[in-house]
Design a protein around this ligand. Sequence first.
Ligand code: UDP
Ligand code: MG
Length: 323
Amino acid sequence: MIPDDRPALSVVVPAFDEAEVLPVLAGRLRPVLDALVADGLGGYEVLVVDDGSADATPVVLARLRRDWPQLRVVRLRTNSGHQAALSAGLARARGRTGVVTMDADLQDPPEVLPRLLAAAEEGHDVVYAVRRDRSVDSPAKRLTAAAFYRLVRALGGRAPEQAGDFRFTTRVVVDTVLQLPEAHRVLRLVIPDLGFTSTTVGYVREARGAGRTKYPLARMLRLSLDAITGSSTAPLRLATFFGLGGAVLTSLLLLYAIVSFVAGRTVPGWTSTLAVVAGVGTLQLLCLGVLGEYVGRLYVQLQNRPTYLVASDSLEESRQTRT
Ligand code: UDP
Ligand code: MG
């Protein structure tokens, strides 16, 4: 039999232009993981997914790898986004028992990791790290996040309160997620839908270690749209309701116009006409927009283009040099 050289745990860390913070992350994450190994953890790998960084991230990672053999670097060809980078990491993670995903910027403190694993050992398939205190995030960020989750939940999504992408998932969960054909999966919303047992561990959200957020408003909006269209078809129904409501209103107006015509009264002015044209036009645009959202997803899904392309994987390179 081929000896199983897979480590027990994979820690997947997507990183985009995080050259400044990665050495600090390594300095804090490594002792935590080494201590876990000393406590009996059957080995680990830290899989940093370099999401097509344009700064010194590849150089910094190569330097860190020199004296940290458990560090593995997967580089994507282009900047594909946080969720795609996470998917790339999950697809390549070798962890036998499971995978921890966390941000590179130290907002997810590495010291929480042992508590995630301890909770998993009690028999849970998914352990979410939930933010007990988010005072370091700007009020605008907290407000938009709260509104987003309220909307997702109203639409029938199951998003755990205050959980981002800092979590432990067992191997079974990872394999299940990887089987989903969805192109734009928002992991934090997909995982709760799979019906695995889960629990939460609280932590205090820290400020970014260095650098600045890679989630400007435009990216947040894109994530929200992916999340909403991904977790529900309710907006599609909303469009139908709007359409029906509009149709009722237009019929009434038409009836009124006919009655006025028959009674010999002309419909006065074009203000009302304009209002109808504008109103119907707006509704149509709105419905078309919602439809377009889904059609766009169908299109992307049919294209079946990969959401990420791996440029290199340090694990494969080191295997090649060995043979
Ligand atoms: N990230 C990524 N690709 C991107 C944007 C972000 O891999 O296109 C990573 C980033 O390096 C970080 C994590 O995703 O590790 C979360 O991003 P960030 O901290 O900027 O988001 P915020 O905490 O501000 O929501
Ligand atoms: Mg962050």
